[in-house]
Design a protein around this ligand. Structure first.
Ligand SMILES: [Zn+2]
Length: 360
């Protein structure tokens, strides 16, 4: 009798533990999005740009002599030390081409990983969005950094974007900024709007090897108010998966033409109104929600990154400048509050986030 009861209880508890749905682990974006500080570990990018995480991330300080970080509430100023150093280096080198300084957009979450909103990539701490608007002379307030709209580089017509023409906001300095970023050895590619790519192709007067940087600048949707700078897998990241290299030519020919044709389809000369069919009632299209990335789909090491120790203070994980040179700080690790991912009553604190139209 007791044996039977014990068997029954054991079975019931086991059944509860594996009950589908009720005890499922939250999506990886919920877990990674709840971490406010990085994992103090040897810096490494694990996985792919759109499916991975970041160990040993550091932050670009909110303010520097040659940059200001934007959208601070998102807490996405974190990256692999090589990325943060590159951003700071770009902010300094940009001044040599007459660019006052950088407005730094999203890099990654403190531990990388999928995000609660926006971006499919930016998961390894190797992607950085840099605004194509110069840093102003004055220091922007927190509110301004949240709300200031980015300026498009495209021409506008009756308040609408013209997807076929460059606008007056694009200058020779903008050209210099993008060229400087693309020329860095560690930069693997730079994403910009096809119209911007066409403009870069036109403005680069050099020939042969002097045009080589252009092959790294890739045309892509959006990206008309910021550029997306992507670094190659850094040293010490054996689990980082490289992206296929862009073609070696400057990409100024057919590729740009095809993109522009795609963005600006030719309208038929005579408009033919299709006759509505009485019988064909349109059923409302139900879109399936995108499947969310689970912890199991990320490299196994990402769980250790999620739960790894955190720094005692945020200042310990912000890049420092010593005589203009970037110095990666040493952090003292303390335990990170654990998330019990299988506890359905577990409260995950989400960072405050206000979406904007400028998500790229
Ligand atoms: Zn981006």
């Amino acid at each position: 009798m007791w044996k039977r009861l014990r068997q029954f209880l054991t079975f019931s508890i086991a059944a509860t533990l594996v009950a589908p749905g009720a005890l499922a682990e939250p999506a990886a974006k919920t877990l990674f999005g709840s971490r406010q500080l990085p994992a103090v570990m040897k810096p490494a990018a694990h996985g792919f740009y759109s499916k991975g995480c970041l160990a040993g991330g550091i932050a670009v300080p909110t303010d520097g002599p040659t940059w200001q970080a934007m959208r601070l509430s998102r807490n996405r100023r974190w990256g692999h030390p090589d990325t943060v150093k590159t951003v700071v280096q770009l902010s300094q080198d940009a001044q040599k081409v007459g660019w006052n300084g950088l407005l730094v957009g999203d890099i990654s979450q403190p531990r990388g990983g999928p995000m609660l909103s926006g971006h499919a990539s930016h998961q390894l701490g190797l992607d950085a969005d840099i605004w194509l608007t110069e840093m102003p002379e004055r220091t922007l307030s927190y509110k301004e950094r949240e709300e200031l709209g980015a300026t498009t580089m495209l021409a506008t017509k009756n308040g609408k974007l013209d997807q076929s023409r460059i606008g007056s906001a694009f200058t020779q300095e903008t050209f210099g900024l993008i060229k400087t970023a693309a020329a860095y050895k560690q930069v693997e590619r730079v994403l910009v709007h096809p119209v911007i790519k066409a403009e870069l192709c036109k403005r680069e007067k050099g020939e042969g090897a002097e045009r080589r940087w252009l092959h790294k600048v890739r045309p892509y949707w959006g990206h008309h108010y910021h550029m997306h700078v992507r670094l190659s897998c850094p040293a010490g990241s054996p689990q980082c998966r490289a992206q296929a290299k862009p073609r070696a030519d400057d990409g100024c020919g057919k590729e740009v033409k095809d993109w522009l044709a795609l963005l600006n389809p030719k309208k038929p000369k005579v408009k033919v109104k299709p006759k509505p069919k009485a019988s064909a009632k349109k059923k409302p299209v139900r879109r399936k929600p995108k499947p969310q990335i689970t912890m199991a789909q990320l490299p196994a090491v990402c769980r250790a990154v999620l739960n790894g120790p955190q720094p005692a203070k945020v200042e310990q994980v912000e890049l420092q400048l010593a005589g203009g040179r970037a110095v990666v700080p040493q952090a003292e690790p303390v335990p990170t509050p654990q998330i019990n991912p299988f506890n359905p009553f577990n409260k995950v604190t989400l960072p405050k986030f206000r979406p904007t139209a400028n998500d790229g």
